[in-house]
Ligand binder design. Structure first.
Ligand code: HEC
Ligand code: HEC
Length: 264
């Protein structure tokens, strides 16, 4: 059984062509010395037909999906691929990648293929690839995971700084979702867990990054109300109510009516 990597392989090919154009004369000598093996020695998961150029497509798709170079998984370093020991299983990352290959095979051929039993079509029409999960990361972590770890280890200041840094570096790519919702969802969860300070900071960061909305003010008002910041909650619910479509306004009014009276 072999895996199809059509989309990713195409992207990888474009990148590879661009890299080749950029390479100096000296490095293209290395490129000439390395040949994708027609008789790979140590393939345990990839099928018999995966050799030569086809093996190249698969390996480049791995490197692209994880945003790494060959030496992430293979023994060797530098530009001269001819000096690498590709058959060696020494690196844990290679052994992990093999496990991943088995997992991807199982997903596509044992599970997604069964979609065809439900409706009459040739399933899977869409196959899972490394990129589906990895999104150009060595481990496919979500923005939420990184921020939650950061809050726990170093506090909300560090988490906010990390968010700004990640956004600077990755915005526009698809590794992380910087759009509205990620910080709102986290703020809501942190609020429920009683970490009001972190929740309010992330919700204000959401407003700074993605602008005001009825949804964000509804969430912020809720957290502020739980934290007994009554005046702040009133301001948030009022702003939210102004921005909300008519059908939603009663929900904001209900929240406002539930707030205890303040003297000011
Ligand atoms: C994410 C890890 C990973 C990356 C990155 C990676 N490979 Fe591999 N490579 C593997 C795995 C796993 C196998 C073995 C597959 C199997 O057992 O079916 C393999 C097998 C090979 C083989 C066959 C070796 C043999 O004789 O058995 C070659 C050649 C190879 N890779 C070259 C490359 C090159 C060149 C790159 C960089 C463009 C690269 N690989 C990037 C994981 C990786
Ligand atoms: C269904 C989602 C999914 C797919 C598809 C997937 N991976 Fe992974 N992969 C993961 C997750 C999740 C982890 C991290 C697990 C952990 O560290 O707890 C991981 C970890 C890895 C690691 C180890 C990272 C490390 O440094 O410890 C490698 C290497 C890897 N994947 C390669 C691949 C390759 C190559 C493919 C395609 C053949 C692939 N993965 C497809 C979800 C996926």
């Amino acid at each position: 059984m072999s895996i199809q990597y059509r989309t990713i392989a195409l992207r990888a090919d474009i990148q590879f062509a661009a890299i080749l154009i950029l390479l100096t004369g000296a490095t293209s000598v290395y490129a000439q010395q390395f040949r994708w093996p027609e008789e790979p020695e140590n393939l345990k998961v990839l099928g018999q037909d995966v050799k030569g150029a086809k093996l190249g497509e698969v390996m480049r798709s791995f490197a692209t999906a994880l945003d790494v170079r060959c030496e992430h998984c293979h023994v060797g370093e530098g530009q001269d691929l001819g000096q690498f020991d590709f058959a060696s299983d020494e690196k844990a990352t290679k052994r992990k990648a093999r496990l991943m290959l088995k997992m991807v095979n199982a997903l596509n051929h044992e599970h997604l293929s069964k979609l065809a039993e439900i409706d009459e079509r040739n399933a899977p029409i869409l196959e899972v690839t490394c990129m589906t999960c990895h999104r150009k990361q060595q481990r496919p972590v979500m923005l939420q995971d990184i921020l939650a770890d950061s809050i726990e280890a170093d506090g909300i200041d560090a988490a906010e700084a990390e968010y700004r840094e990640l956004r600077e570096k990755y915005y526009g790519g698809f590794s992380f979702d910087f759009g509205p919702g990620t910080l709102t969802g986290m703020g809501e969860q942190l609020g429920k867990a009683g970490d009001f300070e972190s929740a309010i900071r992330l919700l204000n960061l959401e407003i700074e990054m993605n602008g005001e909305s009825a949804t964000i003010y509804f969430t912020l008002g809720g957290v502020q109300a739980s934290a007994d910041l009554v005046a702040e909650a009133r301001t948030s619910f009022t702003k939210g109510k102004e921005m909300a479509p008519d059908g939603w306004k009663p929900f904001f009014q209900q929240q406002l009516d539930q707030l205890p009276d303040t003297k000011d």
